[in-house]
Design a protein around this ligand. Structure first.
Ligand SMILES: Nc1ncnc2c1ncn2[C@@H]1O[C@H](COP(=O)(O)OP(=O)(O)OP(=O)(O)O)[C@@H](O)[C@H]1O
Length: 241
């Protein structure tokens, strides 16, 4: 018997956008953002999205993360269409598949670091012991085991962002979406956070999509896409393109 059977590693993109149309608002006040956007994001790649203010970067993250709906075209996640799914389905899908990291961390001020990280797990069937184990694992991963009982105000900006990354990872999603994750941090702390995001994609195999205005942050990604007025004006051939 052949002991070295090939392991089937999926090579299809994790996320595919096909001819996506999206406008904000309705009627005469409607603002068209995307008019037929095609894009792919591979499994395990770290992609930076850049572009001027108002070019549609956050809108793109919200569509890919199932926070907002496309008006036309489709988004496939793991080959399955997300378009047309109801809000309840999308909320459950998000809880299982997507972690979010924001510029200003969005931590609950009255909860400890560990309690903040545990929050997404309260929506799952994991019992208290399993939740504690997961929280300890991801706090260790981001190097904050010794800060588990600290509240956000007792942590530096970089530490708070690492707690936010731990919270985004605790449910073991395939996709991490980060909107300006280093926008509030000094250079050295930003580099620490970027190293962590690179590790999340390179070592843990998560797809990381990061919106940033900072070219130095974008340089840490595997590839950079540039949006302008809802169009991809620079999309180098990467792992998925
Ligand atoms: N809910 C909304 N209703 C109406 N217009 C909106 C809404 N959300 C965003 N827009 C508009 O859509 C366009 C794209 O917004 P988006 O936030 O995606 O841009 P962005 O590239 O992330 O900008 P920034 O770099 O300033 O965060 C902007 O012109 C914005 O004003």
């Amino acid at each position: 018997m052949n002991a070295c059977l090939p392991i089937a590693v999926p090579t299809s993109p994790l996320v595919t956008l096909n001819g996506v149309h999206k406008s904000h608002g309705r009627g005469e006040g409607s603002v068209p953002i995307f008019r037929g956007l095609d894009l792919e994001f591979a499994r395990g790649e770290f992609v930076a999205i850049m572009g001027p203010s108002g070019s549609g970067k956050t809108t793109l993250l919200n569509l890919v993360g199932g926070i907002d709906h496309v008006d036309g075209g489709s988004i496939l996640f793991d080959g399955r269409p997300m378009s047309g799914m109801g809000d309840g389905w999308l909320a459950r899908w998000r809880a299982d598949n997507v972690g979010f990291v924001f510029q200003f961390y969005n931590l609950m001020p009255y909860l400890t670091a560990a309690q903040n990280v545990e929050l997404p797990l309260l929506l799952t069937r994991l019992d208290r012991r399993q939740r504690r184990e997961r929280v300890a694992l991801v706090l260790d991963l981001v190097g904050l085991s010794d800060r588990a009982r600290h509240r956000p105000a007792q942590l530096s900006g970089g530490q708070q962002q690492r707690v936010a990354i731990a919270r985004a990872l605790v449910a073991d999603p395939q996709l991490l979406l980060a909107d300006e994750p280093t926008g509030d941090l000094d250079r050295a702390t930003a580099e620490d956070v970027l190293t962590m995001l690179a590790l999340v994609s390179g070592e843990l195999g998560k797809t990381v999509i990061m919106v940033t205005h900072d070219p130095l942050a974008a340089a840490r990604a595997d590839r950079t896409l540039v949006l302008d007025k809802g169009m991809m004006v620079f999309a180098p051939a990467g792992a998925a393109a």
